[in-house]
Ligand binder design. Structure first.
Ligand code: B3K
Ligand code: ZN
Length: 895
């Protein structure tokens, strides 16, 4: 990755802090225009580093006083830091540093630091927001014990919260009140939080296995209390799970979740006081879909699990971000799988996770922002909260899990906490602990090589070729690691756990015995090969028929596999593979080759009978779960197809995907009708995997039926969809029907959209969906683009609310490629204008949005040249934030 003007920070330059802040006593006089902060810190020199001035971070603050041990001292500002020189003369030992400053929460449109939203005060400090509240050593390896006093007008801000336990609260003069909080656990400043707002809470007392009582609270705005049950249940489930699976208990008397409407991220794991985007808290059957319910469970879990993986053990520096994020994503994925229950529901979750990885992380790893899981340098750390650090990081943890086994991983986690609880550590420390707890494992044997997963960017490509020798009844797999992308030189070989099986054409799972293994015990039908070299051969013996190899089962490593299987082989896997992931994958690959062929050719699409029959067989299968069927029948996304094409013509890809979809709608018409009629869960709404799978399949069927009806000029299914839209008793069905109408361009789409708005315009999260549906509608003659531009002027649209901005602008630009990429470049002109506008308001949001054009260099002309021009126009703006500058500079460095 390359960077231009702004300062690059390098991992290799890490040095320990010159001072430690052991404790901090903060007092806030909260006022939207001018909040006063008094910070009294117990500070000590770090005797391991040479004596030097104390340099504190601070951003957009007004400093009023600095004193040391009660006496004012002189200070200076240098390179954006507050420098205090006078400390070298102090006697050894701790001293008290007091700083008084003010900040302006109401003017804080960046939503980093202390800001206002909906009339309340909220904070977001990760990664470097604390320095926007007061001067501090705002780095994760400085861990302090916090005591926080909040003072504010009682009528406007009846609820005053900070981390830890409530020590006291009371009245003050002038209608003000106060609350004093104490967090007994030393923590880095990025985990600090405060809330002062008019909120109500759902509360629950629980007793954990250890017999301790805890108070759980979910705070929301008045009127939203009836949407907090699922979040509370998810929190309780998370607490129970972490104690049962990893023996990690809740360590505070009180655990709070607060929902906030203006929020850059999804949620934040502040110690004992998690702040959440409302999107990941609020749910009722009438307003939230099955997917929303699942997301809430997973995000509540994720933030809760950070309490140990992130908070108790944190990162030494921000290059180690995946230490907490990769591990915590792995933990939340395991949690969701364990909650899902059945093997089939677990597989569905795994498929969804892999689909996300390949749709989002693989392109990142092949584009201008490619970086290792543990980056070596950055300009703006907020640009590195990426799918690579999170999702690929979780895959790296999953590979360790695979290499040491479930018990071994649990032992490794215990050793990790034994060694490092209360400390700020590195990815190396984590990997070493897992390996040390499993000295006999392949991980321990290969650790330095395994850690290339942390240091090398790019998605490894693995080719596999199998050869069956009938006379000797042997099957030899030759496997090669061939670099990351076409044309790129090979990386140093990785350690790759490759889960495999061999299947007979009749579907029989064949025993797997390697040539040097004894023939006494029964050979397993699945095993994990550990690849370590650039090229390796594995010979299996006693193989009585020519097998079809089922490789990379469960997606056992984040690689691209090229195995040269024929359609006939893939059909065998789709029909028989005991591994549900590979069964799904076989269907995706069959679809992919047809979609790519359709995108290349100008001839009308004519799907072959074996493919259609295979899809029908899955749809009609007697024992497969509905959710799994739905995933098999979901065609690869346009984004994924784009990654498999060169150059990329978004309109051709869209047209091909639409054509294949229409043909499946037409040829499987009777099967879709059957699927719709037979997948209607009875009884009251429940977001469990079985019912939500049924709803997903019914909604897909309805969408297919509407497409086919509209193509034939019938009104039967659009009419039924409209009726279902009106009668629905839950949001999943209502939205499914609405999407079916909008995506088929049925006449009923307009009245349905109108009605939907009338019903839900007071529900911000549902209104986000209303914007998103219109922004993602399939483009016809520029009408969707025209409507999109109209919607930007809608009175309910605001670019300042991140959820709303994402629901309209990001949805259109990132998730509607055929509408966004236009030969007249109007989409790119819009993009550039809005990156620049947003950058003046909220640089973190702007730089996320800026990444929409990361893959510009892959585009076909005329898109490619026009996209580059738009990026160059943004880059030419002199006062860009470091956030956006890093993105556009890197984008322009690609050719
Ligand atoms: N740790 C936060 C993300 C903070 C984003 C800062 N730009 C949420 C999470 O990963 O749990
Ligand atoms: Zn996280």
């Amino acid at each position: 990755m390359r960077e231009g003007t702004a300062a690059l920070i390098h991992r290799a330059d890490y040095t320990a802090p010159a001072y430690w802040i052991r404790s901090v006593d903060l007092t806030f006089d909260l006022d939207p225009a001018k909040t006063m902060v008094v910070s009294r810190m117990q500070v000590e020199r770090n005797l391991d580093v040479p004596a030097q001035a104390l340099r504190l971070h601070g951003e957009e603050l007004n400093l009023t006083r600095v004193s040391v041990n009660g006496a004012s001292v002189s200070f200076r500002h240098e390179d954006g830091l507050l420098v205090i020189d006078a400390l070298q003369d102090l006697p050894a030992g701790p001293f008290t540093l007091e700083i008084r400053n003010t900040c302006a929460p109401a003017k804080n449109t960046q939503l980093s630091g202390l800001y206002t939203s909906g009339g309340g005060f909220f904070t977001q400090c990760e990664a470097e927001g604390f320095r926007r509240i007061t001067y501090f050593l705002d780095r994760p390896d400085v861990m302090a014990v916090y005591t926080v006093t909040l003072r504010a007008a009682k009528a406007a801000y009846p609820v005053l919260l900070s981390n830890g336990n409530l020590l006291e609260e009371g009245e003050l003069d002038g209608g003000r009140h106060f609350a004093k909080w104490h967090d007994p656990f030393p923590k880095p400043s990025y985990l600090f939080a405060l809330v002062a707002a008019d909120l109500v809470a759902r509360q629950q007392q629980i007793r954990t296995r250890a017999g301790k009582d805890h108070l759980l609270q979910v705070f929301v705005r008045r009127g939203d209390l009836d949407k907090t049950e699922h979040a509370m249940n998810s929190l309780i489930a998370s607490i129970v799970w972490d104690e049962a699976r990893f023996k990690l208990p809740l360590d505070l008397e009180r655990f709070m979740i607060v929902a906030v409407e203006d929020y850059n991220a999804g949620a934040m794991e502040n110690k004992g006081l998690n702040l959440f985007n409302t999107k990941y808290v609020l749910a009722s059957p009438a307003t939230a879909t099955d997917d929303n319910y699942a997301d809430i469970e997973s995000v509540v879990g994720h933030e809760y699990f950070h309490n140990w993986t992130g908070n108790r053990i944190t990162c030494r520096d921000w290059f180690q971000l995946s230490l907490k994020e990769g591990l915590t994503v792995f933990r939340d994925q395991e949690f969701s799988m364990d909650m899902a229950g059945s093997p089939s529901a677990r597989a569905v979750k795994r498929i969804e996770d892999v689909r996300k990885l390949r749709d989002i992380q693989f392109p990142e790893d092949a584009g201008p922002m490619a970086h290792p899981v543990r980056p070596d340098s950055y300009v703006e750390i907020n640009n590195f909260y990426t799918p690579t650090v999170y999702e690929k990081g979780a895959e790296v943890v999953r590979m360790m899990f695979t290499l040491v086994g479930r018990e071994g991983f649990a032992a490794g986690m215990s050793l990790y906490f034994e060694r490092f609880d209360g400390q700020a550590v590195t990815c190396d420390d984590f990997a070493q602990a897992i390996a040390d707890a499993n000295p006999q494992s392949a991980l321990a044997r290969t650790l330095p090589q395994f850690k290339r997963w942390y240091s090398q960017a790019g998605t490894p490509r693995v080719t596999a070729r199998g050869r069956y020798d009938a006379p000797s009844r042997t099957y030899t797999l030759g496997i090669e690691q061939v670099g990351s992308a076409a044309g790129e030189s090979p990386k140093e070989p990785y350690v790759i756990p490759l889960a495999i099986g061999l299947i007979g054409r009749d579907g029989r799972a064949l025993p797997l015995r390697l040539e040097d293994e004894a023939a006494d015990a029964a050979a397993p039908t699945e095993r994990v090969l550990v690849l370590e070299e650039a090229r390796q051969f594995f010979t299996f013996v006693d193989v009585d028929v020519e097998p079809v190899p089922s490789l990379l089962r469960g997606f056992s490593a984040p690689v691209t596999l090229v195995d040269g299987l024929s359609d006939a082989d893939l059909l065998v896997l789709l029909q028989h593979d005991a591994d549900p992931f590979n069964r799904w994958e076989a269907g995706q690959r069959l679809a992919l080759s047809r979609l790519l062929a359709a995108a290349r050719s100008d001839a009308p699409v004519a799907l072959d009978a074996p493919f259609i029959d295979a899809m029908r067989a899955v749809l009609r299968h007697a024992t497969l779960d509905a959710a799994f069927k739905d995933l098999v029948l979901t065609l690869p996304s346009e984004g994924y197809l784009a990654e498999q094409s060169s150059p990329v013509d978004p309109k051709r890809i869209h047209a091909a995907r639409m054509a294949v979809t229409r043909q499946l709608a037409e040829t499987l018409r009777a099967d879709w009708e059957w699927a719709f009629e037979t997948h209607q869960p009875a009884g009251s709404y429940s977001p469990d995997p079985v019912s939500s799978g049924q709803r997903a399949l019914a909604n897909r069927a309805l969408a297919m039926l509407c497409l086919d009806s509209v193509a034939k000029g019938e009104s039967l299914w659009p009419g039924r969809a409209y009726q279902r839209f009106k009668d629905a008793t839950n949001m999943t069905d209502r939205l499914g029907a609405l999407q079916a109408l909008v995506r088929s361009h049925a006449q009923h789409a307009e009245p349905a959209l109108y009605r939907f708005y009338e019903m839900f315009h007071r529900e911000p999260l549902v209104l986000d969906t209303w914007f998103a549906i219109q922004a993602s509608a399939p483009e016809v003659d520029g009408k969707v683009f025209a409507r999109f531009k109209q919607l930007l002027k809608h009175p309910d649209f605001s670019i300042r609310n991140p959820n709303r901005a994402r629901s309209l602008i990001s949805t259109f630009c990132a998730h509607n490629p055929a509408a966004f990429h236009r030969p007249d470049a109007a989409g790119y002109v819009f993009w550039a204008d809005h990156v620049m506008e947003l950058d003046g308001i909220n640089p973190q949001l702007a730089s996320r949005f800026a990444r929409v054009l990361d893959r510009w260099s892959q585009l076909a002309e005329p898109y490619r040249g026009a996209a580059r021009e738009a990026i160059a126009r943004v880059a030419a703006k002199p006062d860009l934030s470091a956030n956006v500058r890093e993105i556009v500079t890197n984008a322009l460095a690609t050719t």
